[in-house]
Design a protein around this ligand. Structure first.
Ligand SMILES: *Cc1c(COP(=O)(O)O)cnc(C)c1O
Length: 368
């Protein structure tokens, strides 16, 4: 499906782009929104042959996210499918430099690939730029996540990308926590951006989807072709209904994020002075706040009690939806040991901040 109008959006603010991009061509009688195309195949001799290769319902969402990130996007069935497509760029027996603390699906995938002898991994503290640069020579890929899940650590994306390229190393940035409204890694020269669109992009905790985005350069288009081939042959494709829901969710990304970020900044401040909180991790932007809860022993029980003691916040894994959620991350098997056992990750939603604070404060005050 062609969207010739999208080129005309280059000068608009991202806040307008999330609303305007990925619309059908503006002709008399056309629908404002794209249709959902439920099909497995197409009449032969057209632009698409089979629906594992492409579906016109993916295109508007891919074009919108691609334009927001400043590149070309490919939709996958989940964030992890996009992660695995990006990791497929590493040759067999290659070396990946990766953060010791990152999304557990990535850490577990790399750990198992290493145990099975498919890759070697150099685990680094990506907040230490010098140590990360020192690990680059001979590496095929540098994996970054910034802010990281759930420690909210920041990597110097532009310095690390420059050093990686000097070493001949590809750079992937998982931009799930920031979204293209807060950070555009392709502008720093990053080779592949990955997203769990399950989180902020779709934003309503109702779909699982992922994306890769690559630059619109000769090098970037080469990567796009390899990633698209990986998607077609690996078969990790999105359902058309999920793709449509994600585009619908994207329309309010700017509004949702504005409110969620303001709420998070406010709550981070208030949480700092609660006697049951020993540490607040919040990088100063974004809508995720991680806290460490004090209690008997290592604080595990107190942290668990906080997550089940709230009424508005829902005790559930995942993040980036309109609804506030909280979770003690070490409940998850495979969560890196660098994550404290008493750490609770708060995904701050768009509710009234006073309700969110009252609910949290009551649950914290109720800890024996
Ligand atoms: C959730 C998440 C993923 C995995 O995405 P899914 O859509 O659950 O497959 C990858 N990276 C980060 C940072 C995440 O938060």
């Amino acid at each position: 499906m062609e969207h010739p109008n999208d080129d005309a959006h280059a000068d608009l603010s991202p806040r307008t782009k999330v609303v305007a991009l990925g619309r059908p061509e503006r002709t008399a009688g056309a629908a404002l929104n794209p249709p959902v195309t439920f099909t497995s195949t197409y009449i032969q001799d057209g632009p698409i042959n089979y629906a594992r290769v492409d579906n016109p319902t993916w295109t508007p969402f891919e074009e919108a996210v691609g334009e927001l990130e400043g590149g070309r996007a490919l939709l996958f069935s989940s964030g992890m499918a996009a992660v695995h497509a990006a990791l497929s760029l590493v040759p067999a027996g290659g070396t990946v430099v990766a953060p010791a603390a990152a999304y557990n699906g990535v850490v577990v995938s790399l750990t198992e690939a290493e145990q099975e002898g498919r890759l070697s991994v150099r685990w680094v503290d990506v907040t230490d730029t010098d140590a990360t640069v020192a690990a680059l020579p001979g590496a095929d890929l540098l994996w970054l996540e910034s802010p990281s899940n759930p420690l909210l650590e920041l990597a110097d994306i532009s310095a690390l990308t420059a050093a990686a390229h000097e070493a001949g190393t590809l750079v992937v940035v998982d931009n799930t926590f920031a979204t293209p409204l807060l950070q555009r890694p392709l502008e720093d020269g990053v080779d592949v951006v990955v997203h769990s669109a399950t989180k902020y992009l779709a934003g309503h905790s109702d779909v699982i989807l992922g994306l890769t985005v690559t630059a619109d350069t000769e090098h970037g288009r080469g990567l796009h072709t390899r990633l698209a081939r990986q998607r077609t042959l690996g078969g990790a494709i999105a359902g058309p209904m999920e793709a449509w829901l994600a585009l619908r969710g994207l329309r309010t990304l700017s509004l949702r994020l504005e409110r969620a970020c303001a709420n998070a900044a406010d709550l981070a401040e208030r949480l700092r002075s609660h006697p049951r909180i020993s540490r607040v991790r919040y990088p100063g932007w974004g809508a995720i706040v991680s806290v460490e809860v004090t209690g008997d022993g290592d604080g595990t029980e107190a942290a668990e009690a906080l997550t089940t003691g709230t009424r508005v916040w829902s005790p559930s894994t995942s993040l980036g939806g309109v609804e506030s959620q909280l979770e003690r991350r070490r409940r998850q098997p495979g969560e890196p040991e660098a994550v404290p056992v008493n750490l609770v990750r708060l995904s701050v939603g768009v509710e009234d901040v006073e309700d969110l604070w009252t609910d949290l404060r009551r649950a914290l005050d109720a800890l024996a």
